[in-house]
Design a protein around this ligand. Structure first.
Ligand code: SF4
Length: 462
């Protein structure tokens, strides 16, 4: 039987797809690359944003019209009512029940419907080993209770994989050619709290694994990071670890942070960033910010802007508040959409200015880059797309109506050369580098940085 696996959402969800893919192959199913070829389509879904949920529901409806048998896995499976309206005979597999995916596919093929909710261990399950990037889920669930978060409802149990099992997965992955290990979870900081161990113990074990590979640590809440700082900083001295830290702060206002019921203060976030930068001045700091939380006043938003100007994060994932079913915040009166949009545009503009300024510092420098992705033909410095850097279009269109000349000097400092960007890779601080020159997947190459924009560095292999 042919199965097509389509994945939405975070790295943890992609890692769950690697496990489901491994189980299905082990059970004799054939994984195909197109939904059109498949007998059964497995959608591994995400529910963080309303827009994503709507997109997935439309996808389910479209596939059903094509006569496809459908399994809905991942976080949207908790919104059974909406899924059943779109496809009454779909088979639902909750995030904790991925070990039942083969049975779910068989039921879907027979048009029997059904739902798999049981939480079952994921350790010991077959998985797909990908390279050069290997996603390794270390835990799911968390110990937080943020009032805007629906993910917590979809993955309600804190479940960590054992250090021994994770070590065997990384070793196997490196043996099979993985060069970048992405340790991922809902909150890596909560790792091991259910097993009487912790993240530092795991990282220390990974550090001992032989081989030429790099490790990217996934999202960790500032509250947990604060407690582990000294030991974690020592471990990160090892070249194996990308100097990249993803620390969601969500707001710059302590009042709104309290209203969100976040388990850390804005001051904690600042303290952690300061300690990281003291040890690793070139480290990349990534954070998440929600704009327009129902209790956010103008002065609170100003505090968020002030925090971003002060901390100058390398990456800020800006989200507009979206009310999610079943959360405490869904009962709060929302701020008018136009106002949320205005705040989000203002913050996004600031984030890009800071990103461009920070990346500009690397121009002229030589960096070592791990090649992890193919680049695009004929796109050079600033990844020009019709004269605009990619990804900036939405914002520039919002600010500069069509046909109006758009000033891009703030993003592109060096002269553009239209050399082919053959490859993309990551520097030691996980900055994305678009590389022109000869290389191959998994190579570690020396690059001279010739240009930059808010999201990427551009360079020539030397
Ligand atoms: S820490 Fe908060 S935002 Fe993160 S998964 Fe848990 S409840 Fe959701």
């Amino acid at each position: 039987m042919k199965v097509y696996l389509e994945t939405y959402g975070c790295t943890l969800n992609q890692a769950d797809s690697d496990i489901m893919g491994g189980i299905l192959k082990h059970a004799g199913f054939r994984l195909v690359k197109e939904a059109s070829e498949a007998d059964v389509v497995v959608l591994n879904t995400c529910t963080v944003k309303g827009r994503t949920e709507n997109r997935i529901i439309s996808r389910i409806e479209a596939l059903r019209k094509q006569g496809k048998r459908i399994v809905v896995a991942g976080c949207l499976s908790i919104n059974e009512k909406r899924v059943r309206i779109a496809c009454p005979e779909a088979v639902l597999v909750h995030p904790g029940a991925v070990s039942f995916i083969a049975e779910a596919v068989r039921r879907a093929a027979e048009g029997k419907g059904g739902e798999f909710k049981e939480k079952a261990a994921k350790e010991g399950l077959p998985r797909l080993f990908t390279k050069p990037i290997l996603r390794v889920p270390i835990q799911e669930g968390c110990v937080g209770n943020c009032y805007f978060c629906q993910t917590r409802l979809a993955r309600p149990y804190l479940m960590s994989y054992s250090v021994k099992w994770l070590r065997s997965w990384v070793e196997e992955g490196v043996k099979r050619g993985a060069k970048e290990i992405q340790l991922t979870g809902m909150d890596s900081g909560a790792y091991g709290l259910d097993l009487g161990t912790n993240l530092v113990a795991l990282l220390d074990e990974v550090r001992k694994i032989k081989g030429d590979f790099r490790v990217r640590l996934g999202m960790i809440n500032p509250g947990h990071a604060k407690k582990m700082l000294p030991k974690m900083m020592d471990i990160f001295e090892d070249k194996k670890f990308y100097k990249f830290f993803h620390l969601p702060v969500q707001t710059g206002s302590e009042k709104v942070r309290g209203d969100m019921n976040r388990a850390h203060s804005v001051a904690d976030f600042k303290k952690v960033v300061k300690a990281i930068r003291k040890k690793f001045p070139d480290a990349s700091i990534s954070t998440d910010i929600i704009v327009g939380y129902p209790t956010e006043k103008e002065e609170d938003f100003e505090k968020t802007l002030k925090l971003v100007k002060e901390i100058k994060p390398d990456i800020v994932n800006v989200s507009k508040f979206a009310s999610r079913r079943g959360t405490v915040a869904s009962k709060l009166r929302e701020i008018p959409t136009e106002e949320v949009k205005r705040r989000s545009t203002e913050l996004a503009e600031l984030v890009r200015r800071i990103g461009a300024e920070k990346n500009g510092r690397f121009e002229g420098k030589r960096m070592e880059v791990l090649i992890t992705e193919r680049g695009k033909k004929g796109l050079g410095n600033g990844e020009l797309d019709g004269g605009n850097p990619k990804g900036f279009c939405q914002l520039s269109r919002a600010i500069f109506p069509a046909g109006k000349r758009r000033p891009f000097s703030l993003l592109r400092k060096s002269g553009s050369d239209m050399e082919t960007v053959n490859w993309k890779g990551r520097a030691d601080n996980y900055k994305q580098v678009c590389v022109s020159g000869k290389a191959k997947m998994g190579d570690r190459v020396k690059v001279k940085i010739t240009g930059s924009n808010f999201g990427s560095l551009f360079g020539k292999r030397i």
